[in-house]
Design a protein around this ligand. Structure first.
Ligand code: SAH
Ligand code: SF4
Ligand code: F3S
Length: 447
């Protein structure tokens, strides 16, 4: 395929996928391609896909139908599928439905230039082989859709926890950590380019481990090194698996003001029976102990979670235990989902997806309603306080307002003062909704 062609990349799924799209953009621009934000200008369309729930895959299929309609008008248009759906759907999408010209799994992005050359030669342009050591450590991502302030760095890939409902281990392969020095260097580089916040990404960042020259760096040590790059660089991370959250990590967070006081700790369910069937490897009691540790070592730290409603065999009592646990923890925020059975998972192979759809929906509604109440109650406690906000940009609703975040990851909208995105400013919180804090620029002397 000739170079100087324009590539449009559309990304679905989690932040890791967005981070991967930046790696893809970097590999392809180094090879002479251009990235375009205009689908109309594209010679090549890549969809970076997610498999986590059935709904995610359906959205991608619909988009692929639309892209195929574009290809009818421009027969030279190349359509490629990247990411977590690659391995699972390659036969159906490429051979039977002929929706695709190219398929590349999450560890095959270095081969994209080669695969693009293969399109149209009669050789199938498919590579879904998963690697045991690929971390793209040497590739400086091209930042896509960035606000110039916040960014992310993937510090590990894959997952080996095999939660019974989850497709990630089969979609992304073995867990591997990225060279610590390259993570620190990339953070420094981002800071020098004006970024002020970086989120370190992995499916289970607490099990990060990198060994070189007789030295082993664990996640707490990595965080410390990244924190020391510059005190004005905020550091976040996701996701923490509750079974591996160490006290060492909490003490490290306490030592550095620029390590954000926000922990995302997915619980999935409040019932020990569910947690066991989910293969989460902790109990409700273990989880609540972790929460107590966080509250003791990091007072004022916000805690968010993920919850699945209606997993296999879930009874009304199991569901009530989830609601009770949510109340006990008093989460600041949550991502809440209905269980969606995924092929090639432990649950699909060994358990029955036996909670009726309307029960799943009702339980999810109850979970969402409770979380809204908890989020509002937490946010109301901020009213009247002066908080430090990192400005990210103009508010969507009004040009005269900015939005930014607190260390606790709460979104704050406030009247523009004499300051700019990337600045840290004190804001007095005057009102709140369950999702957003509203405030006014406060006198810096009061900071
Ligand atoms: N590695 C992270 C989560 C990654 S997936 C962790 O272990 O916490 C993000 C969230 O999607 C999960 O926490 C879970 O709540 C949800 N999820 C994963 N598989 C799902 C499924 N089959 N059905 C519904 N929700 C699911
Ligand atoms: Fe999936 Fe569990 Fe791995 Fe998270 S830890 S990605 S939920 S298998
Ligand atoms: Fe992320 Fe979806 Fe893959 S959540 S890891 S893009 S299956």
């Amino acid at each position: 395929m000739k170079k100087n062609k324009s590539i449009y990349i559309e990304t679905y799924g989690c932040q890791m996928n967005f981070s991967d799209s930046e790696i893809v953009a970097s590999i392809l621009t180094a090879d002479g391609y251009e990235i375009t934000k205009e689908i109309k200008l594209a010679d090549i369309i890549f969809v970076n896909t997610c498999s986590i729930r059935e709904h995610a895959e359906e959205r991608v299929r619909k988009r692929l139908q639309f892209f195929r309609s574009l290809r009818k008008k421009s027969p030279d248009l190349v359509i490629g599928l990247l990411g977590c759906m690659a391995e699972r759907t390659k036969v159906a999408l490429m051979e039977e439905e002929q929706l695709l010209d190219l398929i590349a799994g999450p560890d095959a992005y270095r081969h994209l230039p080669q695969l693009l050359e293969q399109v149209g030669t009669g050789q199938p342009a498919i590579d879904t082989i998963l690697s045991v050591d690929e971390t793209y450590a040497d590739i400086t991502p091209v930042r896509l859709d960035s606000n110039g302030i916040s960014s992310f760095i993937s510090i590990m890939r894959g997952c080996e926890n095999y939660c019974s409902y989850c497709v990630v281990p089969s979609a992304r392969g073995q867990e591997r950590s990225r060279n610590a020095a390259t993570i620190v260097n990339e953070t420094r580089d981002l800071f020098e380019k004006g970024y002020r916040e970086v989120t370190l990404l992995g499916q289970n960042v607490n099990s990060y481990q990198w060994s070189a020259g007789g030295e082993t760096v664990n996640f707490a040590m990595l965080l410390e090194r990244v924190a020391l790059v510059n005190p004005l660089m905020r550091i976040r991370f996701a996701t923490s698996h509750p079974k591996d959250l160490s006290e060492e990590l909490l003490h490290t967070l306490a030592r550095h003001p620029n390590l954000c006081k926000a922990i995302h700790l997915p619980v999935q369910s409040g019932s020990n029976h569910m947690l066991d069937l989910m293969n989460r490897k902790y109990t409700r009691e273990d989880y609540l102990n972790r929460i107590q540790n966080i509250r003791q070592i990091l007072p004022g730290c916000s805690i968010s979670t993920d919850i699945i409603a209606g997993f296999c065999d879930e009874t009304e009592e199991d569901h009530l235990e989830t609601l009770a646990l949510m109340e006990t923890v008093g989460y600041d925020a949550a991502f809440m989902f209905k269980y969606s059975e995924r092929p090639q998972t432990l649950a699909a192979d060994t358990l029955k997806d036996n909670v009726p759809e309307e029960t799943k929906e009702r339980r999810l509604r109850e979970i969402i309603a409770l979380q809204q109440k908890l989020s509002l109650a937490n946010n109301q406690q901020e009213v009247g306080k002066i908080v430090e906000v990192l400005i990210e940009g103009k508010s969507k609703r009004s040009d005269s307002q900015y939005f930014g975040r607190t260390s606790q990851n709460k979104v704050v909208v406030f009247t523009k003062a004499d300051s700019w995105p990337g600045d840290y400013i004190p804001v007095k919180i005057t009102r709140t909704t369950s999702a957003t804090l509203l405030g006014e620029f406060a006198n810096p002397d009061m900071q």
